[in-house]
Ligand binder design. Structure first.
Ligand code: KG4
Ligand code: ZN
Length: 340
């Protein structure tokens, strides 16, 4: 569907890729987007197992999605028949979990006779930032979450070139693991950020990962090992948190800034759960680049970001999908950049 410049389309967005049931409503009017609702049910059932149990995640999505949908419509102040398009995550993620939101979204679209957009989870994370500023390519996009550390160049609408990625742990995973070893609890990101406020960021020396590399990859396993050794040597949790956060922020910002210089991009989108980190936001603000972060509540997994990606697809005139599209556990957003 190609939206006329002055039409108003209400887009439903659904994400059930992992352990959050997310439903959001976004208004697309005159080429501008506005988040009207963003409701997320975060599953707690997994805590007792120390990791996400896929079958339990699927079941809980099935049990919760109706209520989350009703809450989202109420928050937006709209009825279901006012929706003009539906977007749902088709991958990557846990297949059983993805299927719940995907099938639900297809059902709503079919019942209403409106277009359906199967949406890539990382495109959702990137377009979460469209809540804050107009996002027109070219730009760079750094997605830093519990499962992803990807740096994309977006030269034009719908085209993604992977210029860097983690060689081992994702950034959020490193925050989570170091928080666990320091006894700071889960999720580790917010816990590390809070403990860091009272710690000395220079107390534990961390070697910069991949120092001197020509490319734009990331690595967090060295920081993790160094943190373990420092913990065993008696470093306090606040000192360890502050020092690790400083090192993680430094490597993310430095590598992204080098990529911006190499590609000539002056706009950088920073999204995903770790983009909520205040030290990271402050460090990016000091780069002189135009840095766009998602609005509040849009960093971690949610449905509104999927509706925002749907809005971008509609604005670009991309054809909606068919109801035959399936869920994909593994779904790279981009091919690797050709080596220079
Ligand atoms: O995007 P997300 O909800 O999940 C994935 O798609 O993976 O991101 C969750 C991750 C967790 O690892 C969490 O520790 C991290 O984001 N995180 C943070 C902060 N808030 C969440 N990391 C650093 N600082 C934060 N303030
Ligand atoms: Zn995510």
């Amino acid at each position: 569907m190609n939206a006329a410049p002055h039409s108003r389309t209400l887009i439903l967005g659904i994400d059930t890729s992992c352990d959050d049931t997310g439903v959001g409503v976004v208004e697309l009017a005159g080429g501008r987007v506005r988040v009207l609702a963003n409701r997320v049910w975060s599953q707690t059932v997994h805590a007792q197992y120390g990791g996400v149990m896929p079958e339990l995640a699927s079941r809980e999505h099935v049990e919760r999605i109706d209520a989350v949908m009703a809450d989202a419509l109420a928050e937006a102040g709209v009825t279901v028949d006012e929706l003009g398009a539906v977007a749902a995550t088709s991958g990557p993620g846990l297949v059983g979990a993805l299927l719940v939101g995907l099938m639900y979204g297809k059902g709503v679209a079919q019942a209403l006779g409106v277009p359906f957009h199967a949406t890539h989870h990382l495109e959702g994370h990137i377009f979460a930032a469209a809540s804050e500023a107009e996002l027109a390519p070219p730009f760079l996009a750094l997605v830093v979450s519990g499962g992803h550390t990807h740096l994309f160049d977006v030269p034009r609408e719908g085209e993604y070139v992977l210029v860097g990625a983690t060689k081992d742990d994702a950034a959020g995973e490193a925050f989570d693991k170091i928080a666990r070893l320091s006894g700071l609890g889960y999720p580790g990101g917010p816990a590390i950020a809070e403990a860091a406020l009272t710690g000395n960021a220079d107390a534990v020396p961390f070697k910069e990962p991949l120092q001197g590399q020509k490319g734009f990859d990331f690595s967090f396993s060295g920081l993790k090992t160094a943190a373990l050794l420092a913990h065993r040597a008696g470093a306090s949790a606040p000192d360890l948190a502050a020092s690790f956060q400083k090192a993680a922020v430094h490597t993310l910002v430095k590598t992204t800034r080098r990529a911006a210089e190499a590609t000539g991009r002056d706009t950088v989108v920073v999204s995903g759960g770790v983009a909520a980190n205040r030290a990271l936001r402050e460090a990016f603000a000091g780069t002189g680049l135009r840095v766009v972060f998602p609005g509040r509540g849009l960093n971690t997994d949610n449905g509104a970001m999927i509706a925002l990606a749907g809005a971008a697809a509609i604005t670009a005139g991309r054809a909606p999908g068919t109801l035959a599209e399936g869920a994909e556990a593994y779904a790279p957003l981009a091919a690797l950049a050709p080596q220079a």
